[in-house]
Ligand binder design. Sequence first.
Ligand SMILES: O=C(O)CCC(=O)C(=O)O
Ligand SMILES: [Fe+2]
Length: 269
Amino acid sequence: MTIAMERPTRGTGPDVPAPTRDLEQGLANIREHGFTIVPDVLTGDTLERTREALYREIAWDQKSRRHVPHPFDAQKSPNVRVWNLISKDPLFEDLAVHPVVLDYIREVIGWPARISTLSGNINYPGARACVLHADQIWAPEPWPSQGPLGINFGWCIDDFTKANGGTRIVPKSHRMNRLPRADDAIPEMISVEAPAGSLIVFESRLWHQTGDNVTDDVVRAAIFGFYQKPLYMPAENWFMQTKPEVVRHGSEDLLTLMGFRDPSLGHAD
Ligand SMILES: O=C(O)CCC(=O)C(=O)O
Ligand SMILES: [Fe+2]
C-alpha cells in the first residue's frame, strides 16, 4: 500500500493527546485516539543502564550473526530487532512488569494477559519505514467490537523524533476496527516525538509503522512489549527460549504473563 510520508505533525495537536502520567486520562486518550504517551517512566540511572543493556545485546547479536530480518521491515533496511530480551537482562524483566504497564494491561485487555514479545527495535540512519499495520494482524476479520485484543508499549530508549523514525501513528484508526487495506485513502499520520524514557501506549487496532530514519547519524532505539488476551498464541515461544533462572526466580506477574502460572490454554507446568 502507498503510505503518506508527508504531513506527520509533531508533538501535540488536535489529534495528539498531551503526554500524561495520569492513568484515567491515559485510558481516555486510548479510547479517543488509540494511544497515549506517558513521560519519564524510565529516568536517570535506570534509563542509562537499560540503554547500555540493549546496545550490548544488539552488538552481541551482530557479532554472532543472529540477526534475522523481520517480515514487517523494509528489505535491506538498517533496522535491527533483538528478541527474547526477558532472558537477556533482569532490567528487561523489569520493563515487562513495570507497574505502569501492568496498570494499562489490566484496564485495557484485562488480567491474566499474555506477553507476546519483548523485543528491541533499532532504527539506524537510513532505515526505512516498516509496513503500516495494526498489531492484532493475526486476528481474522471481522474483529470483535468490544475492544482491542492486545496492547503495545513502546519504550523510547533514545529520543524519538520525526527525523530518526519515531513511530508513525494514524490517530483514531482503532475505530475502524480492521486492518488497513490497499485501496484505503492515504491516511494522515503523526510522528511520535518523545524524549528517551517515555512510554508510548497503544491499543492493538491502531494503525502504525516505524518511521524512516532520514538522519545521518542519529539512532532510534526502542523496546516494544506487546501483550494480548490469553487465548492467543504469543509471537515468542517462552517455553522454548526462556532461561531456567528466569522461570525459577521471575516474579509471579512475569511468570503469569509468560504462561508459566495460569493453567489455561497453552500453559506449561
Ligand atoms: O518501530 C516502531 O516504531 C514500531 C514497531 C512496531 O510497529 C511493532 O513492533 O509492532
Ligand atoms: Fe506494530
